[in-house]
Every structure is written in structure tokens, then in C-alpha cells.
Design a protein around this ligand. Structure first.
Ligand code: AMP
Length: 762
């Protein structure tokens, strides 16, 4: 394709080395945009992210604003981005062109394939997530193509590549697949043969052959829920998360301008999905273990049906890496025949280790098609999950079981140190071992499908039971899981009678809900707290040079601090000068009210150790110090709870603090304060940027360092209620919402003692 350069169109020189690229795909439904992205992402050495409006909202259709935000986030992380929507009109592209301001290359790849081909593909497909299929697809594609405006360099693109047939598409694929992380492509227009082409001849003739329902356009405009199934379509179609054609909202001539209200409404509608317990699982045994797909799909449907009514609103998602997956299409068709509710069970095309970051789908539990040794490696999903989870998974797995026999599953809690936990929100991995029909693998059943089907049923039953036990333990947490810290206050913990069982679950066994796992976690934390008071091996302020320069004085991660950021440091070094303003002074700590409290009660526990400027300076040698700070914070929270039992506290650190000198925030969760004024204030206390003290202690203990989130991400994140997770357009609207919101706190906060509240309130 690159040989096909139109020199007259060429503008500019070589792209700058190392810049991320935004590629706007431009093409009608059925032109192959999603397939194009998938093929590049799968084979390219450059990190790519596909942004698709159909799935941007936790696997559901979202808004252009969400696409823009996710794209900006990926670009900041140095990834290149595909914008997978039709983008046929200049106005639709205009908002995405603003991404060019982020110092990136803006490319367009135009899949300008014959209308007949796009229509034929759209009409024939089934299971399209936007329900743009069957007869009505023809009318919609035709209508969109009539408005087509081919992209021009003057819109802000540095490179535009036109593909008008399959071989052009293949050449474009080769170009982008071969593009290494530091490679660049020449600027200009390439491959355009007929710039004025709009709707190709013959389209009307073709349209006559298909049955175009009169309501097609209006159904499409209303979105997937309102489009009634066509007679030729599968009833109650299962959503496919990364369906191979672009969004229906796009199809319906979606908004050119961004309305904040629209964003909020749309986010609110689906915001609860972030908190819906979701298990993502690969098809067991059908890949390397060569189990028959027809039989396997029957079993998946059978066991899914059996479990769905037990799971309440929790979701099961069958995941496969490829669009053309046979097992996925079999399961989709059979689920549709059985009228299984697509809200509770659906299929998703994507990498199971990147469902949230790569596909916008939040799954708190993922299943692994494991090997009997429960070890990494071997390729496929097992290798991918162990590699994405890091060493934390291997260690945690070893603690639970040494091996697994076919038909069994083992639930493994992931520590917050695992990247799967921190970036994808996965709290548990369930390893499952299915039956093997591959003579080259252990325990081959030599084609005995009587036994094989029995084992596969057992495997799915064990898997779903494991997930059910996690769901149930989370449902029970707010009411029943309280342990005492000290004598007066109580901490909500993630252990309950229904906590997940961690050893292998035989499908024919009743699950023992003995709370072993969470209880052990709790004991670990409580044990640490009991050690408070033992020797500290960090030098105290009085014994160390209390200099007042504006750099970290010995912290390993020294950072330049402005003079305004030294106030806490100065207090820690010279408390005697401030003693009237301080709540408590000990040899090790100072407790003071935050000068700009962001809630009814907001205090700081300040370490008096020179050289400990922030969390990045903390290592294993500071473990006791952290535990002492935690105990001090709890003591004060407990005191406040005696005065006002309705308060709820969180204790934690900012990943990147604004003020020098390690300090623990003890903050009530009402956030009722005139000082809470902007997004930064809100998001630094209510997102993963706020590192709970208990987690920091656990991470330092296990890994010697805490996971920290960068500052930039804070501003990119939406304003969401810390309780119900609904999104809000601005601080006043958020504040008026939180004044009345009484939703339970999200499940992750109800675990591990992250929330502190009065005994009477538990
Ligand atoms: P961080 O972003 O974690 O560094 O938070 C620093 C906190 O210190 C903020 O909540 C500020 O409101 C608070 N703060 C700033 N200056 C002072 C001060 N002189 N005395 C007490 N608190 C302060």
C-alpha cells in the first residue's frame, strides 16, 4: 500500500519518532473496522487500544465522551489508539480530532469498500450487539453512506489511507501490524482512487432484494434495547462485547456535540454495572484439550441455566480472544434459543486479562483454564493469566492447593499487589481443570465422552459454585462481618460465614462457607496491629538533621517540594512551635486537624521521621511505623465515633501527596465540607489514588513497596459517588447527590477493614 503514494496529496514529512498514533477507522457497518483493529492488536509489537462506543461503558454502549476520555488515558500511557466507529461524517470525526492536541499522530484508515459488500455482510450477520443485522441493516447502511464525507488532511490528519478492496485492506493491515513502537509512517494521503465516490452504483438494485422494514431507521435510532427482533433474527440475542461492526449510536447519526447531561444520564443508567459481580470465563477444554464444541456448548448452556437463578443480578460472561470463535457462536445461538437473559449471560470477544482496560468490561472474578499442576506456562489462557497477574498469583495459588484434578476448581484471592487487581479490578481467579481429549496431554479420556461430559459438567459447576460463594460473601459483608479493634470501634471486614471457600470445590460437594480466607486475611492484619509498639528502625526527627531545604532529605524518591508544600514537614520537625494547633504529639507522631478539611472530620497523622517524605519512600523497614500510624489513626477515629456514631471513616495515603512529610489521612466519608471544591479534591479521596492504610501495610509486608497511582489519572477520571458509583457532571451536582445517597459502600471497601464505623452502626 505504501508504494501507492499519491505525491500530489503528500503533506508534511516523516512522523515524529515514538509518538503514539490515533487511527480513526472510517467505514460503513460491515466494512470490517473491528476485524481490522483486532488483527492489528493481536499481531503488532506496538501497544494498541481499541476504543469502541458499543462497549465503552463496562461492556455496554456508551457515549462519545467516554470514548474520548478512555482514548486520552491510553495515549497518556504511551499506547496507540483505534477509534472504532463509523466516523463517516466530518462532524462525527471533529471531536476525536481534538486528541491531536495530546502530541500524537492523527491517522485515518478509510475502509471504503463497495456498499454492496458492507450491506451484504451486515444483513447476514447474527448476534450483532447493536442489533444492526437482518433486513433493516441494509436501509441503515445505505442511509449512512449517503451522508459519507471522506476525510481530508485539512481536518487535522497527518496521514490518510484509503482502502477500496480486500487487497488494499490487507496491505493496510500489513502496514499497521508491522509498525513497531518507535516506527513512523510517511505523512499524506495514500490509495485514494475516486475521491468523489459516494454511494456505489448498483446499491438500489441490491436493496430491492432485501426486506427493508419501514421502522428500521427509527428502531436503530433508539438503540439496541428498543429494536425488536426481526423474524429472521435470533430472538433475545446475546450481546457480543466486541462485535465486529460499529456502534448503533454511530449508525443512527449520533450527536456531533457532547452534551454533559446526556453523558451523565447514560453513565447513570449503567454505572451500577461496575459493581455487578461478574465472572468472565473461557470455554473449558475446547481448545488445547480438544473437547467437542457441540457437546461443550450444550453443557455450558445447561450449567449456566442451572446457576443463573441462584446468582441474582450477577453476570456470567463467556470470553474468547477471536471474533470467529466457533464455541462462542454455538453458545450464543443456543442461549438465544433458550431465551437466556443477555443481561446475566453474554459472550465477549477480548483478552480475558484486559477486559476492563482493553474492553471496558469490569469483571471482578476471572476463571483460568488451568493445568493440573496449577503452574504458569503452557500457552493459552493459563499462561496469559499467570503472566498478567504477576508472581502474586503463583504465590496465592500455592497457598490454596498444589494440584487440581479434572472437574474441580480452586478459588484464589488476588492480592492488591497484582496488576490484575490494580488495573483490571480482578479480586479472585478461579482455576478450573476440565476433561482432556488430547492424547498429547495428561489424563486423556481417549474419546470417552460419557466420562468427558460428566467431568465438564463438574468443572463448570465447581467454577460457578466458587463464583457464587464469592458473590454471597460480598452480599453478606455489610451486615455480618465485624471484628473489634481495640475496645470501642469496629471495623467492617471481609470475612463472614459465607466467605469464599478457598480449597478445591468438588461439584458434588456442598461448599463449606467457613470464612477461612477472609478470616486469615483479617488475622494477618490484626496480628500486625498487635505488634504495635515494637522497636522502630527509622531515625526520629530529633535525632536526624531537621533541615529545611526544599528537597526530600534522604527519601529514596526525592522530589522537589515547593515552599508551600513544606508546612507539614516544618510542623513535624518543630512541633513545639505549633503546639496549640496540634491534637496530639508523641515522639513518633503528630496528630493535627487538616487545615482544609474535606469532610466533617478530617485529621492527619504525621510521621516525625526525617527522610520519609511520601509513600514512595516507604519500604519494608518502615512496616512497624505504618502499623503505628494506622493504630494512631484508628484511635482518633474511634474517639470521633463516640461523639458521632453516624460517621464512617477511611484511613489512607495519597499515592502522590501534595505536601511533604509522610502523613495518613483519617477522613469521614460524608465529605461534607466547603473546602471540597474540585475534581482533584474529590478523586484523590475516592478513587484508587487513595491507598487504604491496611492495603499499604499488606503490600509493604509482602512486596516491600506500595502500588501508587499517578497524579494525571486523577483528573481523567469521572466524578463518581463514592457509595453508589453514579457519575455526576460537576462538584455541585455531586455534592447534592452525596448529601442524600444512602447506598451501601462498594464491596471492595467493605473488605479488609477499609471502613471504620461505630459498633452501633454495623
Ligand atoms: P496530600 O495531598 O496528601 O499531601 O494532603 C495534604 C493535606 O494537608 C491536604 O488535605 C491539605 O488540606 C492539608 N494541609 C495543607 N497545609 C496544611 C497545614 N499547614 N496544616 C494542616 N494541614 C494542611
Amino acid at each position: 500500500m505504501d508504494t501507492d503514494v499519491d505525491d500530489t496529496c503528500k503533506a508534511g514529512g516523516e512522523g515524529e519518532k515514538g509518538k503514539p498514533i490515533v487511527v480513526l477507522l472510517v467505514g460503513a457497518p460491515g466494512s470490517g473496522k473491528s476485524t481490522f483493529c483486532d488483527q492489528v492488536i493481536r499481531s503488532s509489537a506496538r501497544p494498541w487500544v481499541r476504543i469502541c462506543q458499543d462497549t465503552i461503558n463496562n461492556g455496554q454502549s456508551g457515549t462519545k465522551v467516554q470514548c474520548l476520555k478512555n482514548a486520552a488515558r491510553a495515549l497518556k500511557e504511551g499506547k496507540s489508539v483505534f477509534i472504532d466507529r463509523c466516523n463517516l461524517e466530518r462532524e462525527q470525526r471533529a471531536d476525536f480530532m481534538r486528541l491531536g492536541a495530546l502530541q500524537v499522530e492523527m491517522h485515518a484508515v478509510v475502509l471504503d469498500l463497495p456498499a454492496k459488500l458492507c450491506i451484504s455482510r451486515s444483513v447476514k450477520r447474527t448476534g450483532h450487539e447493536g442489533n444492526l443485522q437482518g433486513g433493516k441493516a441494509a436501509a441503515v447502511v445505505n442511509s449512512m453512506l449517503r451522508k459519507k464525507e471522506l476525510p481530508k488532511l485539512s481536518e487535522g490528519f497527518s496521514r490518510i489511507l484509503f482502502c477500496q478492496n480486500e487487497s488494499d485492506v490487507q496491505a493496510a493491515l500489513d502496514t499497521y501490524i508491522g509498525l513497531g513502537a518507535l516506527d513512523t509512517l510517511p505523512h499524506g494521503c495514500f490509495g485514494q482512487k475516486n475521491p468523489d465516490a459516494k454511494v456505489q452504483l448498483g446499491i438500489m438494485k441490491f436493496l430491492k432484494k432485501v426486506d427493508v422494514p419501514s421502522n428500521a431507521r427509527s428502531n436503530a435510532s433508539r438503540g439496541q434495547d428498543s429494536a425488536p427482533p426481526e423474524a429472521t433474527e435470533v430472538k433475545n440475542p446475546i450481546c457480543e462485547g466486541r462485535g465486529n461492526v460499529s456502534s448503533l449510536s454511530d449508525t443512527a447519526g449520533e450527536e456531533g456535540k457532547i452534551s454533559e447531561d446526556l453523558v451523565v444520564d447514560s453513565v447513570n443508567q449503567n454505572s451500577s454495572l461496575n459493581d455487578v459481580p461478574t465472572l468472565a470465563f473461557p470455554s473449558i477444554s475446547t481448545s488445547d484439550f480438544q473437547f467437542n464444541h457441540e457437546k461443550a456448548s450444550d453443557i455450558i448452556i445447561e450449567i449456566v441455566e442451572e446457576f443463573l437463578h441462584k446468582l441474582g443480578n450477577a453476570r456470567l460472561v463467556l470470553v474468547d480472544l477471536t471474533h470467529g470463535s466457533k464455541i462462542l457462536s454455538l453458545v450464543r445461538a443456543k442461549a438465544a434459543q433458550k431465551n437466556i437473559n443477555p443481561k446475566n449471560f453474554f459472550t465477549f470477544v477480548g483478552d480475558i486479562t484486559r477486559l476492563h482496560s482493553g474492553g471496558g468490561l469490569h469483571c471482578n472474578v476471572i476463571a483460568n483454564a488451568a493445568n493440573w499442576r496449577l503452574k504458569p506456562g503452557g500457552g493459552g489462557v493459563n499462561a496469559a493469566i499467570f503472566s498478567a497477574a504477576g508472581p502474586a498469583l503463583e504465590v496465592a495459588t500455592k497457598e490454596q492447593a498444589k494440584s487440581l484434578s479434572p472437574g474441580n476448581a480452586v478459588v484464589v484471592p488476588l492480592s492488591s499487589a497484582s496488576p490484575l487487581y490494580s488495573s483490571e479490578g480482578v479480586t479472585h481467579v478461579i482455576h478450573v481443570l476440565g476433561p482432556n481429549m488430547n492424547p498429547n496431554r495428561p489424563n486423556c479420556l481417549d474419546g470417552d465422552y460419557v466420562k468427558g461430559c460428566k467431568i465438564l459438567r463438574m468443572a463448570y459447576t465447581s467454577l460457578f459454585e466458587g463464583f457464587l460463594s464469592i458473590v454471597r460473601s460480598q452480599e453478606k459483608l455489610p451486615k455480618g462481618s465485624i471484628e473489634k479493634i481495640g475496645s470501642k470501634s469496629s471495623v467492617l471486614l471481609g470475612h463472614s460465614e459465607d466467605a469464599p471457600k478457598i480449597f478445591s470445590l468438588k461439584s458434588d460437594q456442598k461448599i463449606k462457607r467457613d470464612g477461612v480466607y477472609e478470616h486469615e486475611r483479617w488475622k494477618k492484619c490484626k496480628g500486625s496491629l498487635n505488634e504495635v509498639g515494637s522497636d522502630i528502625n527509622v531515625s526520629r526527627a530529633g535525632k536526624v538533621n531537621a533541615n529545611n531545604d526544599n528537597t526530600g532529605s534522604g527519601g529514596s524518591n526525592s522530589k522537589v517540594w515547593g515552599s508551600w508544600a513544606q508546612a507539614l514537614y516544618n510542623i513535624a520537625m518543630h512541633p513545639e512551635k505549633h503546639k496549640d494547633d496540634l491534637l496530639e504529639i508523641t515522639d513518633d507522631f503528630i496528630v493535627l486537624t487538616d487545615l482544609y478539611p474535606k469532610a466533617k472530620k478530617h485529621i492527619l497523622v504525621l510521621a516525625r521521621y526525617d527522610g520519609l517524605d511520601h509513600l514512595a519512600d516507604v519500604s519494608k523497614e518502615h512496616l512497624q511505623l505504618l502499623k503505628m500510624m494506622h493504630a494512631m489513626g484508628l484511635k482518633w477515629a474511634e474517639k470521633f465515633l463516640l461523639e458521632d456514631a453516624s460517621l464512617v471513616f477511611r484511613l489512607g495515603y495519597h499515592s502522590v501527596p501534595s505536601m511533604r512529610q509522610l502523613h495518613l489521612h483519617v477522613i469521614s466519608q460524608d465529605f461534607d465540607s466547603k473546602h471540597l471544591k474540585n475534581k482533584k479534591h474529590w478523586n484523590t479521596f475516592t478513587t484508587a489514588f487513595f491507598r487504604d492504610s491496611v492495603d499499604v501495610i499488606e503490600e509493604i509486608n509482602n512486596h516491600g513497596k506500595a502500588t501508587l497511582m499517578d497524579e494525571e489519572s486523577v483528573l481523567l477520571m469521572e466524578l463518581r459517588c463514592h457509595r453508589c458509583r453514579s457519575a455526576h457532571p460537576n462538584i455541585p451536582r455531586l455534592k447534592s447527590h452525596i448529601t442524600n445517597c444512602r447506598a451501601p459502600f462498594p464491596a471492595n471497601l467493605l473488605q479488609n477493614g477499609r471502613l471504620v464505623l461505630a459498633p452501633s452502626n454495623t
